[in-house]
Design a protein around this ligand. Structure first.
Ligand SMILES: [Zn+2]
Length: 127
């Protein structure tokens, strides 16, 4: 048995986080899942060129998928914090850094860690 390299582990974790957020937003159809796979394979290449970027892949894949969704499906993820006004998407912060979060720039709040959007939107919360 070969164990996964740190790169594969990071990509695997990033993929799981982004998929969890897509499921929370109810947009994880086959098309969207293949966008995630596409981003994961691009980022695999990218980290091979720049190994220090391994800690940034979750935030980057989230942003890749967000961009692809904007073209094909529309804004994602919609802000769950602002109850009124125009619907708007959350942004990933930091754009290039570890421990990425979804933030609403309008309200100026951190909404959830990437991968934890389900809890923030109340989808599966049971508090
Ligand atoms: Zn907002």
């Amino acid at each position: 048995m070969e164990s996964l390299s740190p790169l594969e582990q990071a990509l695997h974790a990033a993929r799981a986080l982004v998929l969890a957020d897509l499921v929370a937003g109810d947009v994880a159809d086959a098309d969207v899942v293949s966008m995630v796979e596409e981003s994961v394979s691009q980022r695999r290449w990218w980290v091979e060129q720049w190994p220090d970027g391994v800690h940034y892949v979750a935030g980057l894949i989230a942003q890749d998928v967000q961009d692809s969704l904007l073209d094909r499906h529309g804004r994602w993820p919609l802000c769950p914090v602002c109850g009124s006004g125009d619907p708007h998407a959350l942004d990933v912060e930091p754009e290039l850094g570890p421990d990425p979060h979804w933030v609403c720039h309008k309200a100026g709040v951190k909404v959830a860690a990437v991968g934890a959007l389900g809890r923030a939107t109340g989808g599966t919360a049971s508090s």
